[in-house]
Design a protein around this ligand. Structure first.
Ligand SMILES: NC(=O)c1ccc[n+]([C@@H]2O[C@H](COP(=O)([O-])OP(=O)(O)OC[C@H]3O[C@@H](n4cnc5c(N)ncnc54)[C@H](O)[C@@H]3O)[C@@H](O)[C@H]2O)c1
Length: 382
């Protein structure tokens, strides 16, 4: 009897062990299959020959060695293949499609290959939109419409689609910090075009069941930004010992976000396990800290050991935004994301890039000055 009990006990232990190994096996099978799913994604990035897209491409390319990246870019004055490092361009995990997001055939072709899409392509410079806004409405609004029409056709294969909007759609902060419920009050043609695109994407998810979300980054800075933008202008002027031209009083403040911090947020949005938490949501991505333009200019002068009389104040940009500051609550709650790079370290990193890449930005010098009509006559913005 005792012998029989020991035997049964032994059998139970064996069965228990088999059960545990099977669960572990199915567990590891599950993990492997999740891992495998991660291994075979084709990510379409529009506008990734530009500033933010190219930084995101590099971040993702290095992080996900089994992903393939398709880039659709029209290579306007703002885009350059030079922004994409050689090792990426030469890789068989990278495909470049030269063309416009306003072309439905090209867009359909690239969308039919994609699992994930991040739509960066846009005309992006506020001052230029005051000079000539046509391309802004064409690319930012109509291009987004073409992307949306194509997404509706490809919902069985595209799993996640991120529309890159901007905090500029909100205009000046009516409440601080600015959360996702902030009214849409665009104050420049650029912001109006982006607001049109932002609301267009919203209307598409209300109308069709599309796997989309909207990210509204605050002011981005980082390596490879076009010379026409504020931080590169300040840095390169200081490098040359020229005055730093500040619009208006310089008291207008912005929420500065390093491109790498944005890249981490977008990565999280593409990989969040429970997509239902962020599907058809708007997320503001910023640091939650506002810093004035003149403070940034002074930080740069300090870095280069230049006195404050290097500041040169110009007439203010028409349609200026007085204050931008992001709420960080929703992004923290849903993506478990917050900024990691402080403005001080970020600026140093960007200065180093401009010091090491003089030939790249010197070619852009002619693009810095933009004449715009105001009620007081023509002023040159830079
Ligand atoms: N820079 C910022 O501070 C900031 C902040 C918030 C949001 N955004 C948004 O992020 C996105 C990227 O901004 P960025 O600063 O990298 O812009 P960018 O101007 O540096 O790059 C834009 C890219 O889009 C490409 N492009 C333009 N028109 C195109 C078209 N019709 N078809 C295909 N490609 C086209 C350009 O060639 C370029 O490579 C934009 O949607 C912008 O509105 C920018």
């Amino acid at each position: 009897m005792k012998k029989q009990m020991i035997h049964t006990g032994f059998l139970l232990v064996v069965l228990f062990n088999i059960f545990i190994s099977l669960t572990q096996c199915s567990d590891s099978f599950l993990h492997t299959s999740i891992h495998r799913q991660r291994e075979h994604k084709t990510v379409l990035l529009t506008g990734a020959a530009g500033f933010i897209g190219s930084n995101f491409l590099q971040y993702m390319f290095d992080k996900y060695p089994n992903y393939t990246f398709d880039v659709l870019d029209l290579l306007t004055y703002a885009g350059s293949l030079e922004n994409i490092p050689d090792y990426i361009r030469k890789s068989n995990r990278f495909n470049f499609f030269y063309g416009s997001v306003t072309n439905p055939d090209i867009v359909d072709l690239v969308m039919s290959r994609a699992d994930y899409v991040v739509h960066f392509a846009a005309e992006s410079h506020v001052c230029r939109s005051i000079f000539d806004d046509l391309a802004f409405f064409d690319t930012d609004v109509m291009g987004t419409r073409v992307m949306m029409r194509s997404l509706v056709k490809h919902t069985s294969t595209i799993q996640r689609y991120i529309h890159i909007s901007t905090s500029e759609v909100c205009g000046t902060a009516e409440t601080q910090p600015m959360d996702e419920e902030h009214p849409i009050n665009p104050r420049s043609p650029y912001a109006a075009a982006k607001a049109g695109a932002d609301r267009l994407v919203y209307s598409y998810w209300c109308t069709y069941d599309i796997p989309a979300l909207i990210i509204r980054p605050f002011n981005n800075y980082g390596p490879q930004q076009h010379l026409e933008k504020m931080l590169p202008r300040f840095i390169t002027a200081a490098m040359k010992g020229e005055p730093l031209t500040v619009h208006g009083t310089g008291e207008q403040s912005r929420d500065w976000l390093h491109t790498l911090d944005l890249a981490r947020a977008l990565d999280k949005a593409l990989h969040l396990e429970d997509f239902s938490k962020i599907k058809n949501q708007i997320l503001h991505i910023g640091s939650g800290i506002a810093t004035s333009v003149v403070t940034i200019a002074k930080k740069i002068l300090e870095h280069f050991d230049l006195p404050e009389d290097y500041l040169q104040f110009t007439p203010d940009r028409p349609g200026q935004v007085a204050c931008h500051i992001s709420s960080t609550e929703k992004a923290r709650k849903l993506l478990d994301w917050q900024t990691e790079i402080s403005l001080e370290e970020g600026i140093k990193d960007v200065i180093t890039w401009y010091e090491n890449n003089r030939a790249r930005w010197q070619r852009m010098e002619g693009m810095k000055h933009i004449p715009v009509q105001t009620s007081h006559g023509t002023i040159t913005l830079q």
